[in-house]
Design a protein around this ligand. Structure first.
Ligand code: GLN
Length: 389
């Protein structure tokens, strides 16, 4: 067999389920930022020091007898603390024994939820621009992602959502607060969704609420507080976001028993149980941490970053939640957003994420996402560079 024939032979013989997926944009941009020594406002992770209290807990417990498997669904004390927090925050009583699951980050939670319920040919509605892990999770399940664009101001377009529903629709993924746009859903948005879904009782909701503790202009409305939907909703959250430890990869799912029972079957063969050390440390830390501080801290950073670049040629779009600020660069360049983001790294020393990569058809509206979960020094240094463009 000639060399090229062999390449094709191997490609088609061993065709994976994700043949067209390439390296995630977060890895690509972070790598490019490192290569060029740019200030990295691309990938969403904090670069400020972890809370001293969490570090002290970690140091103290490292020599304890905590290094073997935890129960499959998660450490009991951690489950109880999440249940208490959910009651306090949303007035929802969740049963630790059968409605909760600790996952290896929200990524595994999302993957587990989708791969438990989506069968071959089932359609899953995903609202664009959308976080990058939803579509591949659906493809691995042999389902069909159906991408529906948000409006130009990144609010949900309920006419389009309703028209995209078919007899094959199995699930809709709602990410609120929204990455990458920083928008959050209003009461009217939830009511509109409820009206539509009332007509389609077979559709599951996957609520990705990893930024639930990072909202600014109005409080986060959680699916935990929507009695009309709660029976068919799986909620994913992440301690990576809420406690600034993205590398610990600990998150959780909340869902009614009939859904959770099935998801645990997939979970036990995907990871069985999540990293024991992180679960123990987080469980103790939850006794002292105050979630209301998270929004305050990020609001200050958002305001700082917005103020620093308000007179630049970048146009800020409203940011109501998450730690991402989206800007438009129409006044600066006609380049497509991927090329412009690369230029920004190479020529100006600031890394961002181009928004077109979050669309199925790579819609390019000349928008970039900057992550402001960074030290004030990083934000000031980045702003100085951005203001010169
Ligand atoms: N969620 C993070 C972001 O949006 C990145 C996570 C990842 O790198 N997979 O930037």
């Amino acid at each position: 067999m000639k060399k090229l024939e062999r390449v094709y032979f191997l490609y088609f013989c061993f065709m994976s389920k994700l043949p067209s997926i390439t390296n995630s944009i977060f890895s690509v941009m972070s790598q490019l930022a490192n290569q060029h020594g740019a200030i990295n406002l691309s990938q969403g992770f904090p670069n400020f020091p972890e809370d001293e209290r969490l570090l002290q807990i970690s140091e103290r417990i490292i020599r304890d007898n905590i290094h073997q498997y935890t129960p499959m669904a998660g450490l009991r004390s951690l489950l109880e603390k999440i249940a208490n927090q959910t009651l306090k925050q949303y007035d929802r009583k969740v049963n630790t024994a059968n409605e909760m699951l600790i996952t290896a980050g929200a990524t595994q939670g999302v993957f587990t939820a989708i791969n438990t319920f989506v069968n071959q040919g089932d359609e899953v509605l995903i609202l664009d621009p959308s976080y990058d892990s939803y579509e591949p999770s659906v493809l691995v399940a042999s389902g069909k992602p159906v991408r529906v664009s948000l409006n130009d101001d990144y609010t949900p377009n309920f006419n389009q959502i309703e028209s995209a529903i078919s007899t094959k629709t199995k699930m809709i993924v709602i990410n609120n607060p929204h990455n990458p746009t920083g928008r959050i859903w209003t009461e009217q948005d939830f009511e509109a969704l409820e009206t539509i879904l009332e007509k389609h009782p077979q559709i599951l909701v996957l609520g990705d609420e990893v930024y639930e503790y990072i909202t600014f202009s109005q409080p986060h409305i959680s699916f935990n507080t929507r009695p009309k939907l709660v029976e068919r909703t799986i909620i994913a959250s992440s301690f990576g976001k809420s406690l600034h430890v993205t590398g610990w990869k600990v998150g959780y799912l909340i869902a009614p028993e009939h859904l959770m029972y099935e998801m645990k079957k997939v979970h036990q063969f995907l990871v069985f149980s999540v990293n024991s050390f992180s679960q123990h440390a987080i469980s103790e830390y939850l006794d002292v941490v105050d979630f209301s501080e998270v929004s305050k801290m990020y609001q200050r950073k958002r305001d700082l970053f917005q103020n620093l670049i308000k007179d630049s040629r970048f146009e800020l779009i409203p940011c109501d939640g998450t730690y991402f600020q989206v800007v438009n660069y129409n006044q600066i360049s006609n380049k497509n957003d991927v090329d412009f983001a690369k230029e920004l790294i190479v020529n100006h020393g600031v890394a961002s994420i181009p928004i077109s990569v979050f669309y199925n058809d790579n819609t390019d509206r000349h928008m970039l996402r900057f992550c402001f979960a960074k030290t004030d020094e990083s934000l000031m240094a980045a702003a100085e560079k951005l203001n010169q463009i």
